[in-house]
Design a protein around this ligand. Sequence first.
Ligand SMILES: [Zn+2]
Length: 416
Amino acid sequence: MHDHRKLGRELGIFDTDPLIGAGLPYWPPAGAAVRHTLEEYIRDVERRAGYRHVYSPVLGKRELYEISGHWSHYSDDMFPPMRVGDEDLLLRPSLCPHHALIFRSRGRSYRELPLRMAELGGMFRSELSGVLGGLTRVRAIQLNDAHVFCTLDQATAEAGAALALIREAHAALGIRPVRYRLSLQGPGGKYVDKPEMWARATALLREVLDAADVPYEAAEGEAAFYGPKIDVQIADAAGRESTLSTVQIDFHQPEQFDLSYIGADGERHRPVMVHRSIIGSVERAVAHLIEMYGGAFPAWFAPVQLAALPVRDDEEEAAEAFVRLCVARGLRAELLPAGQGSLGARIRAAKLVPYQAVIGPKEAIDGRVALRLRDGRSLDPMPAAEAVDRILALTRAHALELWPAASAADAGHRDH
Ligand SMILES: [Zn+2]
């Protein structure tokens, strides 16, 4: 495994500037392409699973976090308030309070439940500068978050569906969790003191884990301040574990915000909140993907998916036309012209690019391209449009392999 802090900068995925500040990375074009693709994938998975997306501001009044409990249980991790007129504004430490207020913004009926609200939104953590580094310890975080407001009867099924969604996304990204953890409260005053509520939420999460048939370990002192959670753990290059994805069943915040819906009986009832994150923060997910793949990303989220390599200057026009075709069809493609070095040198320069389209004199005349795959396989020349169709079919299916094994075996080896 690689260290994402070094490799991520070399690949142009992220960088930092002392004038912006430690723990506040920015994303140059290659990183923005990866992040955009990842975010759009997550939104698509969520839409298909019945989530509806919202946007909410990254600030809120201090009173909001007094009600949610963050101010009394979590303020060590929050930035100090900003005084504006006679109000104290806070950079938010989580998205839950905003989503609770969106739920509360009008009357709700049991017919609307489960109501699945999702947002890829900003949040902040006042980490000390000594511990900041790369994409894993940052002060500004883009969280893949969602809250399912549901009845008590629906809670385990919703939490189970969220866990299934996490496993589906991990498979598409090639992520292999190291373990599942049931994170429970520990000693000390940082947890909400409602023993009965903790017991009930813990029992439901155990049901979810048992139904999913995944082995897990319970760990005390790892819960959120308002309730227990299922954490899906990953490991970094040095073997250090961290949490990527979570599922929580929460009885606390619905009470704090006095959330309610009208049941079939015409009475007011309290919903349950299921908090869940599929890939955690975009920062941590991308850090992990950089380390896992060493920059050789699956084609569907690679920053550059295809490089066109004319053999000589004479084929440059044909290669340019091919790049335009790829870009117009939705692929991220770039031209590496003959002026940049020998064909061999350019192939090495593009060694992390999944597809390299070599265009020699014969291909230029025939409107064909000879695809070389990053793994060293070479395919027989094919019509340019067919190459684009086949690559698009693979990237749209979020394929992890670059080409189906059978058709590559037919192709033999051609070396330019
Ligand atoms: Zn939440």
